[in-house]
Design a binder for this molecule. Structure first.
Ligand code: GDD
Ligand code: MN
Length: 397
């Protein structure tokens, strides 16, 4: 990074009253924003460096000439501008932000969009608020008095954004306490509060990821008016909505017990395809016993697909999919085969009544099946995670 705090010696004295002069790295993800970046750097130049030393890091996944336009416009900037161009856009917008945070050289990091929906003039206010209130995270919120989502096109997007906010806040009441706008893409965070290794961002909701996995101490908010896009179009698609739901499940099931509960819920939904298939097979004239066995496979497949997408998304790559589906099906059918002798044992040897014996057997085989699935299908070979997970992420709320 070309950022040297010394370059700002002339302006450091202006932040009187604060023990240590703050500096900021502005991280800006870009995906084909060539028509916006020049104006953005212009407005940043107008509003930031006089009040706050800064550097700008673009993390770019563009297929257009955005990097070239940035490089040209950067020549007129009084602060260092870096472009990190990624050849593979891992994690989309969120992945890009994490990449930029790793490269940040200042105590404060501000994340903002490149399309001028986030007013650059607010960057110094976000940092000043964090310093003043000794907060680790300052969110620019559309839902505070004085803020609004004027630039959010259409009632549909407003409703989706509201629904997503409620859902996230309902699932993470503690981690999102004090954050009225967890969907905001505009915020300041202390670099010391970011454990980049612990982050596994997926798509647009990087603030949610940070708030849940890093648990910044002390949160403040500043209202802002979400502007219209300066140029170009939003890159958000219906696919982003699905990614968001997967992201929520991933965050919520980071702890083993929560994962087991989700595994159980998914298992329950498997009754639907199971029963539908059973009905179809019996109607087609098959004897009910082979029909049971066959129908069970539909439930198994349904469960397999759901846990792959929702629960073990980042643990799938140690085994070939055919290997995974084979092992999963084996465990699921063993469950069925084991349950009957287990019930017989509980009733015959331990003199339990049929109902409690069945309940106990169901629970036992369920836990065994969950543990088996974790260990035999999704645990990396050798038993260790291939990527280091040394970050000090705290557990979810
Ligand atoms: N590097 C990179 N990679 N940048 C991306 C990618 C990607 O895959 N996808 C989008 N971006 C960049 C865009 O170029 C833009 O600078 C910024 O991320 C936001 O993208 P938009 O497409 O303009 O998003 P939006 O306006 O629909 O959504 C914004 O507002 C939402 C609140 O309604 C974002 O700030 C969201 O995070 C926020 O939730
Ligand atoms: Mn936008």
């Amino acid at each position: 990074m070309g950022f040297s705090p010394g370059a700002f010696e002339g302006t450091l004295g202006e932040t009187a009253g604060v023990a240590e002069p703050a500096a900021v790295t502005v991280v800006i993800p870009t995906f084909n924003e060539s028509a916006n970046v020049r104006e953005l750097l212009h407005r940043l130049t107008d509003s930031v460096p006089a009040r706050l030393p800064c550097e700008v890091v673009f993390v770019d996944d563009s297929s257009d000439d955005t990097p070239a336009v940035i490089a040209e416009a950067a020549q007129d900037c009084p602060f260092p501008v870096t472009v990190i161009h990624r050849d593979s856009p891992d994690g989309g917008l969120g992945g890009a932000v994490v990449e930029g945070m790793k490269a940040a050289g200042s105590d404060w990091i501000v994340v903002m969009d490149a399309d001028l929906q986030h007013p650059p003039s607010l960057v110094p206010d976000l940092v000043a608020t964090g310093e003043k209130e000794s907060a680790d995270l300052v969110v620019a919120s559309r839902y505070l008095p004085g803020g609004s989502r004027a630039g959010l096109a259409g009632g549909y997007r407003v409703a989706v954004s509201r629904g997503a906010t409620w859902l996230a806040k309902g699932l993470f009441p503690r981690a999102l306490h004090g954050i009225s706008d967890p969907m905001s893409g505009f915020f300041a965070i202390r670099r010391s509060a970011v454990t980049a290794e612990a982050l596994k961002p997926l798509g647009y909701k990087i603030l949610l990821e940070l708030a849940v996995r890093c648990r910044p101490g002390g949160v403040a908010e500043v209202p802002f008016v979400f502007q219209d896009r300066f140029a170009g179009e939003s890159k958000s698609t219906a696919r982003e909505g699905l990614r968001f739901l997967r992201h929520l499940v991933g965050l919520r099931t980071a702890a083993p017990l929560a994962r087991m509960a989700a595994f159980g819920l998914i298992g329950l939904t498997g009754f639907v395809p199971n029963l539908l298939a059973l009905h179809a097979l019996v109607t087609a004239g098959l004897h009910y016993l082979p029909a049971e066995i066959l129908a069970n496979q539909f439930g198994v497949l349904w469960n397999f697909l759901l846990i792959e997408v929702l629960l073990f998304r980042d643990r799938r790559h140690h085994r070939h999919w055919a290997d995974r589906v084979g092992r999963f099906a084996l465990l699921a059918n063993a469950d069925l085969v084991l349950r009957i002798p287990l019930i017989a044992l509980l009733v015959g040897q331990f003199h339990l009544a049929v109902l409690p014996a069945t309940t106990l057997a169901l629970l036992t085989t369920f836990v065994l099946r969950f543990a088996g699935t974790e260990a035999l299908v999704y645990l990396p070979r050798g038993g260790r995670s291939t990527r280091s997970r040394t970050g000090t992420a705290r557990s979810t709320s």
